[in-house]
Design a protein around this ligand. Structure first.
Ligand code: J2J
Length: 540
């Protein structure tokens, strides 16, 4: 196992292998076998740096081999970490599988991340390279790479598109080389944690565990050859990547269609043109789609399943999916650390609409416990703990944090507050972690607070969620100024200059002279949220 990652204890690994969940297959082999079986089927549809792309499985397999040779020639090796920050472009697949083939480990950043986050990933993972688009959504990623030149040299910045002084993905030597297959029980990739602390955590996922999670997900979702998955969310999120997502589609011999944007004006024409059968959205987008579908002139009749997850989808909205879109709704309650719950397509209506489903695997162990760690009976609310064949046993290089985030016997403390029904379905009731879920984007309060504290006019800062009709939650920073309060706009500009993703910039900043405290002298975020709700209601 890669140093810094935590293996499963051998007895569990043996159990998952015996059950046939861990198949001893690497990503490299997965694509090879898919190409052998589905060679002429279309694997990927999207807009690449050089125009529209429709790659068959055989073509993707060949491209991965060529790029793998190029990456080797550049000096990349087995177990090198590589920060991959690509939007929904076909090159994403080429890059991932080329890295898998040489045994290098992609660390998936979001297109929205900026210098503070990317710099941290590059340093924490001691990355050997950084992969970017030239421009995306009006932003020049090469300028960002230039800012990070102390963390990654220009020749190790790989660009999909116009490379300028960096290395063009398309310009690497392409004579295929013989590459040994890697170890399926080792780390294949790293996902990002939504996080609750000052620094984001990296989630090492192995070939065995990740492949199991998306194969089993594809089965649960009825994805098969001929099926078409629309990747509307940013592909590097765990949900569209693996639940079942683009990797699940690949394992099933289906087609992945990459939407550059998730809005109906972009996604609906793609659904019509490509006869999309399944897609996954976060709740705010699902609401926008439901609205737009009422008046659209596009034919959405190919859609069989609309998955909604990442944040709680209300029962009322879920009940509108079939009448409006004419397809099944599937709720997905997952996490990049592992555990994914789905409502099943043949569940009764009240389960599909009113719960967040149940785990993928009979080997997923789920506990719902009270504040003292004692199991509570079905129907009662408690903290969700989980352990299983695709839930990590530790974050990457984070011993201290791991001691708190996992129980001594290896259960991951999800920070979610749930209730389990008598039938074993989970209902998400809330959250005990210090995180804001802004329409599916997770924001660690402490991370934003630390950035605010760096401002000379900020004495103290507390970031909390405030309810929002559209996004579910928005962020509000409550700041105790040092002296004259700075302008909220100036503080936002300050955060932007520090290089954090714009979704983390507080939607509101308000000032106060003190915080409510808990009995033990910590800031009581619960009281703060309540006080804010009153204050914001009065402001209206
Ligand atoms: C309420 N809260 C939810 C839901 C996630 C599939 C789907 C989602 C994610 C994801 C994922 C929720 N209702 N339906 O990785 O593979 C909140 C919980 C959870 C956290 C994880 C996947 N679905 N959540 O959202 O790592 O608080 O993964 O612990 O981004 O999102 O966030 P993330």
């Amino acid at each position: 196992m890669l140093p810094g990652a935590t293996p499963w204890p051998e007895e569990y690994a043996a159990r998952y292998r015996a059950a046939g969940h861990w198949r001893g297959q690497t990503f490299g082999t997965l694509l090879r076998e898919a190409a052998a079986e589905h060679g002429e089927r279309v694997a990927v549809v999207g807009e690449g740096a050089a125009g529209a792309v429709r790659w068959t499985y055989a073509e993707l397999d060949r491209r991965a081999d060529r790029l793998a040779a190029g990456l080797r020639a550049l000096g990349l090796r087995d177990r090198d970490r590589v920060v991959v920050q690509l939007p929904n472009v076909p090159e994403f697949f080429e890059v991932c599988f080329a890295l898998f083939r040489i045994g290098a480990i992609p660390v998936f950043a979001l297109p929205a991340h900026r210098a503070a986050e990317i710099g941290y990933f590059l340093r924490h993972a001691e990355a050997a390279a950084y992969v970017i688009p030239d421009r995306h959504a009006g932003f020049d990623h090469r300028a960002l790479a230039r800012e990070l030149k102390d963390d990654v040299p220009p020749e190790r910045v790989l660009v999909a598109g116009e490379a300028e002084e960096f290395t063009a993905l398309g310009g690497l030597p392409a004579d295929p080389v013989d590459l040994p297959d890697g170890d399926p029980s080792d780390v294949a990739l790293m996902q990002l944690s939504g996080g609750t602390t000052g620094t984001p955590k990296l989630i090492p996922r192995t070939h065995d565990d990740y492949i199991y999670s998306f194969r089993a997900s594809a089965e649960i979702c009825g994805l098969r050859p001929g099926g078409v998955y629309l990747c509307a969310l940013p592909v590097s999120h765990n949900f569209p990547m693996s639940s079942p997502g683009v990797f699940g589609a690949l394992a099933a011999g289906a087609t992945s269609v990459l939407a550059p944007l998730p809005s109906p004006d972009v996604a609906f024409p793609l659904i019509e043109r490509e006869r999309v059968t399944i897609t996954g959205l976060v709740p705010p987008l699902a609401l926008v789609w439901l609205e737009a579908a009422r008046t659209t002139r596009h034919d959405l009749s190919s859609l069989e399943v609309l998955q909604v997850g990442g944040a709680k989808f209300s029962a009322e909205a879920a009940a509108r999916v079939r009448p409006v879109l004419g397809c099944d709704v599937q709720q997905v309650f997952g996490m990049a650390e592992g555990l994914v719950n789905y409502t099943r397509l043949d569940d009764p209506e009240d389960v599909r609409v009113g719960t967040q489903g149940r785990p993928i695997s009979e080997h997923d162990e789920v506990r719902v416990v009270d504040d003292d760690g004692r199991d509570v009976p079905p129907g009662e609310t408690g903290h969700l703990l989980t352990r299983g064949p695709y839930t990590i046993r530790g974050y990457y290089r984070a011993d201290e944090h791991n001691a708190a985030a996992f129980t001594p016997d290896g259960f991951y403390r999800t920070g979610d507050v749930v209730r389990r029904t008598a039938d074993g379905d989970l209902v998400v009731e809330g959250r005990a972690k210090d995180q804001i879920n802004r329409g599916g984007e997770k924001i660690a309060a402490e991370e934003v607070e630390n950035h605010l504290l760096a401002h000379p006019a900020v004495h103290d800062a507390a970031v909390v969620a405030v309810p929002d009709a559209m996004l579910g939650e928005r962020t509000c920073a409550v700041v105790i100024p040092r002296g004259e309060p700075p302008r909220a706009l100036a503080l936002k500009a300050f955060l932007r200059e520090r290089g954090i993703a714009s979704y983390k910039i507080p939607d509101r900043i308000v000032f106060t002279d003190r915080y409510p405290h808990t009995g033990v002298g910590k800031v009581s975020k619960r009281d703060l949220r309540a006080a804010l709700a009153d204050r914001l209601a009065r402001d209206r």
